[in-house]
Design a protein around this ligand. Structure first.
Ligand code: PRP
Length: 180
């Protein structure tokens, strides 16, 4: 695709790592049921692939949290635009995210979900952009540490497009920067 400046994580590397994460989660939880909570929309692709590799019994639920709309920088404003359909009280919950950037979204979500009294609450993120953190977050399962660049693909959008691309790439600056 013309928009691709360079591929940061290939499809093959993503699939290998997702399988490893699924195996690690299965080893940790065994026969214990897990309530996977996917944070839309970015987490969807990851959830689907990850769940295939979890052998523990799983349920899904979905939550939509708006953090920074179509912009490329976080505003710090977080609000729930779609809530869970089921109670998580007494359940072993894993939040499934595509990326943790500033940590503001997850910081809000952790507080919010903790107050619903789950038996346990863990985080699984495919990408961790630790260099951009504004609040500290303890992350239980991490796919890849990534640099502080604009990343697109495999759930991550550019103006809502390219979420379906099976690899993660940096777009060419002329596509998103007005000064180039
Ligand atoms: C992205 C991502 C996380 C959040 C991380 O979602 O999926 O939810 O931003 O950023 P933070 O750590 O700086 O809070 P976004 O709001 O872009 O929505 P989307 O998943 O629908 O693209």
């Amino acid at each position: 695709m013309d928009i691709v400046e360079r591929i940061i994580i290939s499809e093959e590397d993503i699939q290998t790592r997702v399988q490893e994460l699924g195996q690690a989660i299965s080893a940790d939880y065994g026969d214990e049921p897990i309530a996977l909570i996917c944070i839309l929309k970015g987490g969807l692709m990851f959830l689907c692939d990850l769940a295939k590799h979890i052998t523990s019994p799983v349920t899904y639920d979905f939550m939509s949290v708006s953090s920074y709309g179509d912009a490329t920088e976080s505003s710090g404003v977080v609000r729930i635009t779609k809530d869970l359909e089921e109670s998580i009280e007494g359940k072993h919950v894993i939040i499934v995210e595509d990326i943790i950037d500033t940590g503001l979204t997850l910081s809000y979500l952790l507080n919010n979900l903790h107050s619903r009294n789950p038996a346990s609450l863990r985080i699984c993120t495919l990408l961790n952009k630790v260099s951009n953190r504004k609040v500290e977050i303890a992350v239980d399962y991490i796919g890849f540490e990534v640099p502080n660049e604009f990343l697109v693909g495999y759930g991550l959008d550019f103006r809502q497009f390219y979420r379906n691309i099976p690899y993660i790439f940096v777009p060419k600056p002329e596509y998103y920067r007005e000064d180039v």
